[in-house]
Design a protein around this ligand. Structure first.
Ligand SMILES: Nc1ncnc2c1ncn2[C@@H]1O[C@H](COP(=O)(O)OP(=O)(O)OP(=O)(O)O)[C@@H](O)[C@H]1O
Length: 300
């Protein structure tokens, strides 16, 4: 397997006497979109800041094969990042920001390509003091993509973005991933992360509780078959007596591991003179599986 672009080993971080990161270790393979998921206060931003040497920590961070420490981190030139709020100068235009942060001979076409990709053309030459939250966020994202980074770290990048801008960002991330860029992205909008992330690091109270791929996590999820019948009370009774696991109080919702159960469910109901008027399939999504996982961690 190709060498990881980012490797984090045994990262510990305390604020005063409160330890907020506990032996965090993970790696991000080249050209992968890695999602960092966890509840408020779980430690996502602190992990990102520690990787970027924006906060001190103990442990080891290696980026593109080079050790990066709090005091010595030239390799961070290869990393683009947006953490919390973008640093914006109100009296400079968006384009001035991009020119200012461009390293070396960044040509104006590269800057314009980012402006186009994020649909910022209408306002990029006006002063940033009048930008909305979403416009500032897009400028911060464009700044993270400048200078052809190998690794891009984005903390809640969809914050403040409308559906159109969210899609443009998603398309940009996927296009850059296809060019080989590696991403570490945190987001509370799990339905969005589900469309993007290929690998997942799930953290709870400063500890990694699961490192997996999106496919593996969704694969292990439950499926549900929801049936509408002419007699839901009887349907529930018959199904639970036959051994089906029913969930929820309102509908006749049967939890299964696969969709195959539907034929047996229909036969059981018909054998008991219950008429089925509709059948729907539902899959647990990323949000459902993360909530389930965090719930089971809380009960430990
Ligand atoms: N500068 C600080 N001083 C003291 N405690 C801090 C500081 N920054 C973060 N913390 C604490 O560290 C823990 C992790 O915070 P962090 O911001 O990394 O969480 P997060 O997962 O990014 O949360 P959110 O989803 O709300 O952004 C929290 O308990 C937080 O209160």
């Amino acid at each position: 397997m190709a060498e990881a672009v980012l490797t984090v080993k045994n990262l510990n971080k305390s604020f005063g006497r409160k330890q907020v990161l506990h032996k965090i270790s993970f790696s991000c393979a080249p050209g992968r979109i890695v999602g960092l998921v966890g509840a408020n206060g779980a430690g996502k931003t602190t992990i990102m800041k520690a990787v970027l040497s924006l906060t001190s920590s103990t442990g080891e961070v290696t980026i593109d094969g080079q050790k990066s420490t709090f005091d010595h981190h030239p390799v961070l030139d290869e990393v683009g990042a947006l953490i919390e709020y973008p640093g914006i100068y109100p009296y400079l235009s968006g384009r001035d920001h991009l020119k200012l942060f461009a390293m070396g001979n960044k040509n104006t076409q590269d800057i314009q390509a980012l402006v186009d990709a994020l649909n910022m053309d209408k306002y990029i030459d006006t002063k940033a003091r009048n930008y909305s939250l979403g416009m500032k966020q897009k400028l911060g994202i464009a700044m993270a993509f400048l200078n052809n980074p190998k690794l891009v770290i984005l903390d809640e990048p969809m914050n403040g973005l409308d559906p159109q801008a969210t899609k443009e960002l998603r398309d940009l991330i996927i296009a850059k991933r296809d060019e080989g860029v590696t991403f570490l992205i945190s987001s509370h909008i799990l339905s969005e992360l589900q469309k993007l992330a290929e690998d997942l690091i799930i953290i709870d109270h400063g500890k990694i509780v699961q490192e997996t791929t999106m496919d593996a996590l969704l694969e292990s999820n439950n499926h549900f078959v929801v049936v509408s019948t002419t007699d839901d009370v009887k349907a529930k009774q018959v199904l639970s007596e036959t051994g089906y696991k029913l969930v929820g109080d309102v509908e006749v919702k049967i939890q299964t591991k696969t969709d195959d159960a539907v034929a047996d469910v229909l036969k059981t109901l018909s054998d008991n003179q219950v008429t089925v008027t509709d059948v729907q399939h539902q899959d647990e999504d990323l949000e459902g599986s993360v909530l389930k996982l965090l719930d089971s961690e809380d009960q430990k």
